[in-house]
Design a protein around this ligand. Structure first.
Ligand code: SAM
Length: 338
């Protein structure tokens, strides 16, 4: 996929003046491994593939005996012929090593709990009268197709154009249409996505419910800061935001390094084409602000809940393997603008 020409109204062009500068020199945004400034992808490649990873966990949960959530579109979405090689690659990776099998098993529980939490967030926002919702990094999120939205609701989905196109085209091919006024916002969340969002009809004067689920690790630290600033600037009083915050502390970093060593070894053994590691795509070196503290400082009312506490609340087990536990330490941050 080639980058669009500068000036395309797609929020995909880099900012004027080249690579965005970080807030501090030490934590400079450093694209690691396969990431680079302005890289783009479709659903089967690079960061797009991570949307398939989480949708496959939702599909597995939906097909389980006592599902916590039902996403009947997840299986349909990962069954696309374009994704057969990727799905096989993920399966080979997870079955090649006991720790990776444990990661996969926990991922199904974790995605079930996370989807359950954020579904409830949107339902509560709708019940409170919010009619404008923005799903940042929507990927294969099917909420615009499966939640019971009140009449007059708009859902804006921001992601790379080919990711959004794949979802809509695949579901349409199965006769599935959105149950809400769904707007595709093809944009890169590292750059000027607010311009594209406004261009699609988003109204900053209306209360909005925002979601950033499965996103922050794929953004450089300075883009994360700018994301929060943009959300704040586009939010009328009474708006809400929910964020999945990946706490990348020392324990998580150590577990991550061990996991990377393991997948490197698997690559040597099985071949690169047979090993999937989302860690290739994270910006792990960047300084990051704490989302809860950021919104608190900007006068939003903030609540934070550890993902593990929510898993316990909904009756799902925590990982036994310490290395796996260390990499699933997300916090669900919810905030409301007074
Ligand atoms: N939120 C979805 C979910 O939970 O099912 C998808 C999560 S998936 C792990 C990450 C998503 O973030 C992908 O769909 C990817 O395309 C999107 N993404 C990551 N960085 C992005 C960027 N700079 N601009 C637009 N989308 C981005």
């Amino acid at each position: 996929m080639t980058a669009p020409a500068p000036g395309d109204d797609a929020g995909l062009e880099g900012p004027a003046g080249g690579t965005p500068q970080p807030r501090s020199g030490e934590g400079a945004s450093r694209a690691i491994n396969s990431r680079s400034h302005g890289d783009t992808w479709d659903i089967a490649t690079s960061v797009g593939a991570t949307a398939v990873m989480v949708a496959s966990a939702r599909a597995a949960e939906t097909a389980s005996e006592q599902p916590l959530i039902r996403d009947e579109f997840a299986q349909m979405l990962i069954d696309g012929p374009e994704l057969a090689a990727l799905v096989a690659k993920m399966s080979t990776t997870y079955t090649a090593d006991p720790e990776l099998e444990a990661v996969r098993a926990h991922m199904v529980n974790y995605q079930a709990a996370r989807t359950h939490f954020f579904d409830a967030y949107f339902r509560a926002a709708a019940a409170a009268g919010i009619r404008q919702h923005v799903i940042l990094a929507a990927g294969l999120d099917s909420r615009a197709y499966r939640l019971d939205w009140p009449a007059g609701t708009s859902v804006y989905e921001v992601d790379q154009p080919k990711v959004l196109e794949y979802k809509a085209a695949t579901l349409a091919a199965h006769g599935v249409q959105p149950v809400v006024d769904r707007h595709e916002v093809p944009a890169d969340l590292r750059f000027d996505w607010p311009k594209t969002l406004r261009g699609k009809g988003f109204d900053p004067a209306q209360r909005t419910a925002w979601l950033a689920e499965g996103l922050l690790m794929f953004l450089p630290g300075e883009a994360e800061d700018r994301l929060f600033t943009d959300i704040d600037a586009l939010s009328a009083p009474g708006s809400r935001v929910c964020i999945e915050d990946f706490t990348f502390d020392d324990a998580a970093r150590e577990a991550y390094e061990k996991r990377r060593a393991k997948t490197d070894e698997l690559r040597r053994r099985l071949g690169d084409e047979n090993v999937f590691d989302p860690g290739d795509l994270w910006y792990t070196e960047d300084e990051r602000c704490d989302p809860a503290a950021w919104f608190d400082t900007h006068s939003w009312r903030v609540e934070a809940l550890a993902g593990r506490d929510y898993l316990t609340q909904v009756g799902r087990p925590l990982p036994e393997e310490p290395n796996v536990a260390a990499t699933f330490r997300a916090v669900f941050v919810s905030a409301e603008k007074p």
